[in-house]
Write a protein that binds this ligand. Structure first.
Ligand SMILES: NC(=O)c1ccc[n+]([C@@H]2O[C@H](COP(=O)([O-])OP(=O)(O)OC[C@H]3O[C@@H](n4cnc5c(N)ncnc54)[C@H](OP(=O)(O)O)[C@@H]3O)[C@@H](O)[C@H]2O)c1
Ligand SMILES: [Zn+2]
Length: 347
């Protein structure tokens, strides 16, 4: 089969297109004809070498959807021809956390302190014509939902739902979303609205402002025109935000924490701008702030976002769509500012 793969770390030129040995599904696996994939920051980290212990050659691609073509012998899974998405979280199903339904914390991840346990990183991903994956990671796409929409869900919508839920949002609370036009942000803001929060989105230009308003954001702050903390205080009557969703890491941590109200929750799932920053412990306890770390998601999160999309309650914002041959261009788009949501590749 044809695939995009790496045989060592480097820049995007290092990504090769060519023949890759396809594997027949074993018991408990499903082979999928991939129809659409997304390009995410985690794929960039895989290609450029953030996880030096990875096995080579490797097919990146944590987020993809397609049709079932073959099921391993005796494997229960959607039938041949069914449209499915692949939940990227790998999990053993047997550890302390898995049996409690917390697949996000599965102890089988040998690199838990620094890397997610996902398809596309710790196992070949979906930037290929076919992909063989565990059957329990395969879920049917609701009728009427096209591949190009369903494929926006497995990485960012699930992560956003897990992240937002862990902040225990309640009706009427004020929530600030950093990176709102991005993959995680665009879903987090929709979910905060569903919880009944008043949402303030941080954007970088006018098009992004229009986009997040279209997704339901109540207020918008252009970070290039306004002081974020002062604006949040003004919108919240001086109190601050009850929740700040911030997957951006070091460059925004200070601002995010300063924008919090007493008893506020700062929630992170990413380090887009770096992993380290200073935090005042005095402020932390004086303001009774909670730091919420969150990664990946649990199986019910994936079912929930599919169901919401099937009922048109959740929308994947798509910035751009590329052909299979244009994977390097799709990656370059990931590096550009001013994007409006996700990058989809038709396969
Ligand atoms: N742990 C997990 O399970 C998990 C799952 C999904 C994602 N993540 C991580 O979460 C992070 C975000 O992912 P994503 O897919 O949402 O990324 P993305 O689509 O690139 O979105 C990032 C957004 O943040 C904005 N931004 C960048 N720098 C900023 C700054 N200094 N201040 C304010 N806004 C800024 C960008 O705006 P511009 O247009 O100006 O660039 C963009 O809208 C990544 O590190 C990713 O790896 C983790
Ligand atoms: Zn487990």
């Amino acid at each position: 089969m044809k695939a995009w793969f790496i045989d060592g770390f480097g820049n995007y030129e290092n990504l090769e297109f060519g023949d890759f040995t396809d594997t027949a599904p074993l018991k408990g696996e499903v082979r999928i004809r991939v129809r659409a994939a997304c390009v995410n920051p985690i794929d960039r980290s895989v290609i450029t070498g953030r996880f030096p212990w990875m096995q080579m050659p490797h097919i990146p691609g944590a987020e993809f959807a397609g049709e079932v073509v073959e099921r391993g012998e005796g494997t229960e899974a959607p039938e041949r021809g069914r449209h499915v998405v692949v939940f990227p979280k790998l999990f053993c199903g047997e550890c302390y956390y898995c049996i409690r339904g917390e697949q996000s914390a599965c102890l089988a991840n040998k690199h838990m302190e620094s890397a997610p346990y996902i398809i596309g990183l710790q196992r070949n991903g979906g930037w290929s014509e076919f992909a063989t994956v565990p059957a329990r990671n395969v879920m049917e796409i609701p009728d009427g939902v096209p591949f190009e929409q369903a494929v926006t869900l497995p990485v960012d919508a699930t992560t956003a739902l897990h992240l937002v839920s862990r902040c225990r949002p309640s009706v009427g609370e004020k929530a600030l979303v950093m990176g709102a036009p991005g993959g995680v942000g665009s879903f987090a803001l929709q979910m905060l609205k569903m919880y009944g929060c008043e949402v303030i989105s941080v954007v970088g230009n006018r098009e992004q402002a229009d986009m997040v308003r279209g997704l339901g954001s109540d207020h918008v702050i252009d970070r290039n025109l306004k002081d974020i903390v002062a604006e949040v205080r003004s919108i919240t009557g001086g109190r601050g935000a009850d929740i700040v969703i911030d997957p951006l890491g070091s460059s925004t941590l200070q601002t995010s924490v300063e924008a919090l109200a007493p008893l506020g929750r700062y929630a992170t799932c990413g380090i887009l701008t770096g992993p380290k920053a200073e935090l005042s412990i005095l402020r932390l306890y004086s303001m009774q702030i909670e730091l919420v770390g969150s990664t990946s998601s649990n199986l019910p999160d994936m079912y929930a976002v599919l169901e919401m999309m099937g009922r048109s309650k959740l929308r994947g914002a798509v910035d751009s769509t590329f052909q299979f041959s244009e994977m390097r261009q799709a990656l370059s788009r990931l590096d550009q500012h001013g994007r409006l949501g996700k990058i989809v590749v038709k396969i």
